[in-house]
Ligand binder design. Structure first.
Ligand code: BF8
Ligand code: SF4
Length: 632
């Protein structure tokens, strides 16, 4: 049995937590193991109260639910409900940004448009006139087109799908009955469809699954990414520091955790403005650090340090040095409030929908964003004062790298190599085999896979074979902590061909060092950026996305959101590695469709492999097939 991998930064914090009498996620998983096999296979149905019904995987016991539902019906219904959970999260996030943009345009919320160029580019895709028009007028039209999507009852395609989907894939979806309309209606219908006594056909349920992936992709991720860029600016390349060592013993450490930059941007702004109050309280400064995806958002746009990924969100509190942790939505472990209460940390929830026992609640309303953000920063300063004289334990572990690789900034770098045709150098190098292919890593860290360093090992195995890697979400934190986002990593981990390209482009772009081999493209909603990049490459080559020598991976699946993102990628025609297996293995037909038959419709294919090197090899084999089919 291989040795367990525990990152250097985590060991001392696990010890501190235990010394304080706290249990950590690792302990709770151990106490929970072995986990329920029926649950893992997906063949437990709790949709009605005659159940729970469980299908015997060995064929000796019940083979259908009490209502007669087959294992495939059960797993397909459960999977669609997971996808609804993910899509609802992203659509809710996007709608929140949209309504805030509307309020800002009406003078009712203190935000303004920071990136008119992005606004005009997106509006252009919607067919909204931009020439000679005032920024706010164009923004109002974009808001109106978005609100129309949430109100439409005419069954027509979602404006965001029509405007932002790649053409070939849009046509393929229409031909296969995968059109989507009002996202709220889609979510309602999916919940209705999967309730007791409705859709029992696994194929029909899987088509609904693909449509829910499109809801996630266009009414969730794409809308959120685009509107956030318009409001807060499209990321440009910046340096970053990552890991718990970014905390500073003598500063007010304020961690922002969650997903929505409406909160974290304001907190960052007010942390700057209230620095004098912190100094008056004896602090050197206010050190805002990022956790999870809102951390990625601030890193991408402002170079804010990335303190912790999702699994470390409770552990960083065991440093005793986090004065404030302010959270908004999604991926917030209830245990963080318990950890905070042990260490004088002001733990603040801010969303009406997210209350956690033990937390202080300061409701964050866009209309009162400035007052709310000040209250939050002041709560952290007060906690810093309480902490004086108490010991802290900040493991001195951090790494450096680059973030801010939006499509726009990538094109900016490449245009220094070829101003006329920025994507040409990438395509030429793919054709020549110097870039063998590309893989996008997205999603979460899972305690089930941290012990084997799944993400790190897969990434290194791919780089060695000259496969370029892009990343978002918590896998970006993992890669940053592992030192994979800097120029040294290019030297250290890449095959010679990829190293050559990254070095040459880095030089030509005037960076004075190779480009990093793993590109940090943002938060989980920013998977939009990866899809936009693929769409641009496919468009230039006049091929479908499914024909590109690329693949995606959620190497340590945790969240329902990863299911909905992965479903979008399958609908786009991508090969998607995933571990652990989604809860479908108890349904043979559903498993067969997702891992095989779907390829004949969208080109997409799900691939499950738990061993990091084998998983990388499986992706490389897929890339080889795609290269051969393109004749390169
Ligand atoms: O949306 S990667 S643990 S923080 S779900 Fe959550 Fe997973 Fe992290 Fe961001 Ni994405
Ligand atoms: Fe059992 Fe059918 Fe009810 Fe599910 S819907 S719990 S399979 S009776």
């Amino acid at each position: 049995m291989a040795e367990k991998f525990i990152p250097l930064s985590e060991q001392p914090l696990l010890e501190s937590a235990h010394a304080a009498g706290l249990t950590t996620g690792r302990d709770r998983l151990a106490a929970m193991s072995p986990q329920c096999g029926f649950g893992e296979l997906g063949t437990c149905c709790r949709i009605c109260y005659m159940g729970p019904c469980r299908i015997d995987p060995f064929g000796n016991g019940p083979q259908t639910g009490i209502c007669g539902a087959s294992p495939d019906t059960i797993v397909a219904r459960n999977l669609l409900r997971e996808c609804v959970g993910g899509a609802a999260s992203h659509v809710g996030h996007a709608r929140h940004i949209l309504l805030t943009m509307q309020a800002a345009l009406d003078g009712k919320a203190p935000y303004k448009i920071h990136d008119p160029a992005k606004l005009f580019a997106v509006a252009g895709q919607f067919g909204i006139a931009t020439d000679g028009r005032a920024v706010d007028d164009v923004a109002r039209d974009l808001v109106a087109a978005s609100l129309e999507d949430f109100g439409r009852q005419d069954g027509q395609p979602l404006n965001w799908l029509r405007a932002r989907a790649p053409r070939k894939e849009f046509d393929m979806w229409m031909e296969n009955g995968l059109m989507i309309s009002n996202p709220h209606n889609e979510i309602e219908t999916a919940m209705h469809r999967t309730s007791m006594g409705n859709d029992a056909d696994p194929v029909s349920l899987l088509l609904a699954q693909l449509r829910m992936g499109l809801v996630d992709g266009y009414a969730g991720l794409t809308m959120a990414t685009d509107l956030q860029d318009i409001l807060f600016g499209t990321p440009q390349v910046t340096t970053l520091e990552a890991n718990v060592g970014v905390l500073e013993a003598n500063s007010v450490n304020l961690a922002v955790h969650g997903h929505n930059p409406l909160l974290s941007e304001k907190v960052l702004q007010w942390a700057g403005r209230l620095e004098g109050e912190a100094q008056a309280a004896g602090a050197e400064r206010i050190n805002v650090v990022g956790v999870c995806c809102t951390g990625n958002e601030l890193t991408m746009r402002h170079g804010v340090p990335m303190a912790a990924h999702n699994l470390q969100s409770e552990l960083i509190l065991a440093t005793g040095a986090v004065d404030g942790m302010v959270v908004d939505i999604q991926c917030i472990w209830p245990s963080t409030a318990m950890f905070a209460s042990c260490y004088d940390t002001a733990f603040i929830t801010t969303d009406e929908m997210v209350h956690i026992p033990g937390a202080t609640h300061i409701e964050f309303e866009p209309a009162h964003a400035d007052e709310n953000a000040q209250a939050i920063v002041r709560a952290a300063i007060a906690a810093f004062q309480k902490r004086q004289g108490k010991p802290v334990n900040i493991p001195n572990v951090k790494s450096v790298g680059f973030a801010g690789l939006s499509v726009e900034s990538i094109v900016g770098i490449l245009s220094k190599v070829n101003a006329e045709d920025p994507l040409k150098p990438v395509i030429d190098n793919i054709v020549a085999g110097n870039i063998y292919g590309a893989v996008g890593f997205a999603g979460c860290p899972s305690l089930k896979f941290r012990d084997t360093a799944m993400t790190e090992r897969m990434t290194k195995a791919l780089l060695k074979e000259n496969v370029l890697v892009v990343t978002t979400g918590c896998t970006a934190h993992i890669c940053a902590q592992e030192g994979l986002l800097n120029s040294q990593a290019t030297e250290r981990y890449c095959g010679d061909k990829l190293k050559g390209v990254l070095t040459a482009v880095g030089e030509a772009a005037g960076l004075g060092a190779p480009l990093p081999p793993v590109w940090h493209m943002g938060s989980c909603v920013d998977n939009t950026r990866i899809v936009d990049l693929l769409a641009a490459l496919a468009g230039k080559l006049d091929v479908k996305i499914s024909q590109l020598p690329v693949a995606g991976s959620a190497p340590e699946l945790v969240q329902e959101k990863a299911i909905s993102i992965g479903t979008w990628l399958l609908a786009l025609g991508l090969f998607v590695h995933i571990a652990p297996a989604p809860r479908i293995l108890g349904g043979p037909l559903v498993t067969q469709v997702l891992t095989n038959d779907l390829e004949g419709i969208t080109g997409g294919k799900a691939y499950v492999e738990y061993d990091p090197e084998k998983a990388a090899a499986g992706m490389i084999a897929h890339i080889a097939e795609k290269r051969a089919a393109l004749g390169i």
